[in-house]
Design a protein around this ligand. Structure first.
Ligand SMILES: [Cu+2]
Length: 124
């Protein structure tokens, strides 16, 4: 099991509680699980709509290292949350409680998003 930690997480202007590598709002409902299967060159998840807290179960099914980053705006504030760097076959999970809005998910490693590792998550 990959040790759980957040690398390069930047959360601004938004109250989140970091618990053991997970980002979760206090008193949150049971999260909806979204499977994310990273590989060359896809985020391995549908452009989808969710409601309430989301648990991203992220696995790297590719050959190269990948990272899961979610980016968006909450009010005027830009937020970005990233998973650890996942090598082939490594996995992690990330639970986020996000206000309604549209968020971009992508792999921030150079060139990966341009090759197709990006998608959209809509929170209703
Ligand atoms: Cu990547």
């Amino acid at each position: 099991m990959q040790k759980k930690m957040l690398a390069g997480a930047a959360v601004l202007g938004f109250s989140l509680l970091f618990v053991g590598g997970q980002v979760q709002a206090q008193g949150a409902a049971k999260p909806q699980v979204v499977a994310v299967k990273l590989s060359e060159w896809t985020m391995g998840m549908m452009d989808m709509k969710v409601k309430g807290p989301v648990q991203f179960d992220i696995v790297n099914e590719g050959k190269y290292p990948h990272v899961f980053t979610l980016e968006g705006k909450i009010g005027d504030q830009s937020i970005a949350v990233s998973s650890i760097l996942l090598k082939a076959n490594e996995k992690t999970s990330l639970t986020l409680s996000l206000p309604a809005g549209t968020y971009t998910v992508y792999c921030p490693l150079p060139g990966h998003a341009d090759k197709g590792m990006k998608g959209t998550l809509t929170v209703q």
